[in-house]
Ligand binder design. Structure first.
Ligand code: GLP
Length: 241
């Protein structure tokens, strides 16, 4: 695990974004693992800027997002599919049929989980997986639990996650379940970049980097990944020894 502490969220966006820019230069049909949340938004803005300046093309790229709320369809403004279209895909030349976000309204959700993992494999696996982190150490929607999850699955959201994300659901209708790539799926990515900013993440960051590898802090598994890079601002890094 390589930990890089930078001055600002803008610096993180440039460094994380450039990893994708370089990847797509070397491998135009790369498989991108993408994340939602407020943290990656500056990275997506930077990528859009690079695209507008002709520095990167998504023409042959493939993407897989980590997760989706159960019960929200693509058109729902709070769905992660909608978020990704809004924040990145509708601004770049990504092929719509190469965009993959788990389907939170699939009739057969178990099949959706199996198919999602199989499709990632079919495309040769994820080249670079971008991650944020929840205040409780979750990655994707892999919440703290007794065991590390494997492939894509449906999970109950914890109180703390509902508390953190309910601001996006002013009508109080936040889903309580999500479909998420599992820890096993995330660990298969060839490279993982986790980005985190702000004091609210400092405790989870400390547990992830300095704590033991335990499913009670799902992100701690990244200590075992052979190519994990963690970009932090000073606030997120403030509790590190
Ligand atoms: C959600 C997403 C995670 C994300 C987390 C933190 O729970 N499922 O992938 O990392 O939120 O989001 P934020 O970056 O807004 O703090």
């Amino acid at each position: 695990m390589r930990v890089i502490i930078l001055e600002s969220a803008a610096d993180i966006a440039v460094q994380a974004g450039n990893i994708f820019v370089e990847l797509l230069k070397e491998k135009p049909d790369a498989v991108l693992g993408l994340a939602t949340g407020a943290t990656p938004v500056p990275t997506y803005k930077y990528l859009i800027d690079c695209y507008n300046k002709g520095k990167v093309s998504f023409k042959d790229a493939v993407s897989f997002n980590l997760d989706e709320y159960i019960g929200l369809n693509k058109e729902h403004p709070n769905s992660y599919y909608f978020f990704m279209m809004d924040m990145l895909f509708s601004h770049v030349n990504m092929r719509k049929d190469m965009i993959h976000v788990p389907n939170g309204v699939a009739e057969d959700i178990e099949k959706e989980c199996r198919d999602y993992d199989a499709l990632i494999e079919q495309f040769g696996g994820i080249d670079v997986q971008l991650l944020g982190i929840g205040t409780n150490g979750h990655i994707g929607f892999n919440e703290p639990s007794d065991a590390f999850s494997e492939g894509t699955y449906v999970t109950d959201l914890t109180k703390s996650t509902i508390e953190s994300n309910k601001i996006y659901f002013p009508n109080g209708d936040m889903p309580t379940k999500a479909i998420t790539m599992g820890i096993g799926s995330i660990m298969k990515a060839k490279k993982v970049i986790l980005i985190s900013t702000g004091h609210s993440k400092a405790k989870a960051i400390k547990a992830m980097i300095e704590g033991e590898v335990t499913p009670s802090c799902p992100a701690s598994i990244l200590q075992k990944h052979s190519d994990a890079v963690i970009f932090l601002d000073r606030d997120a890094a403030s509790l590190l020894a």
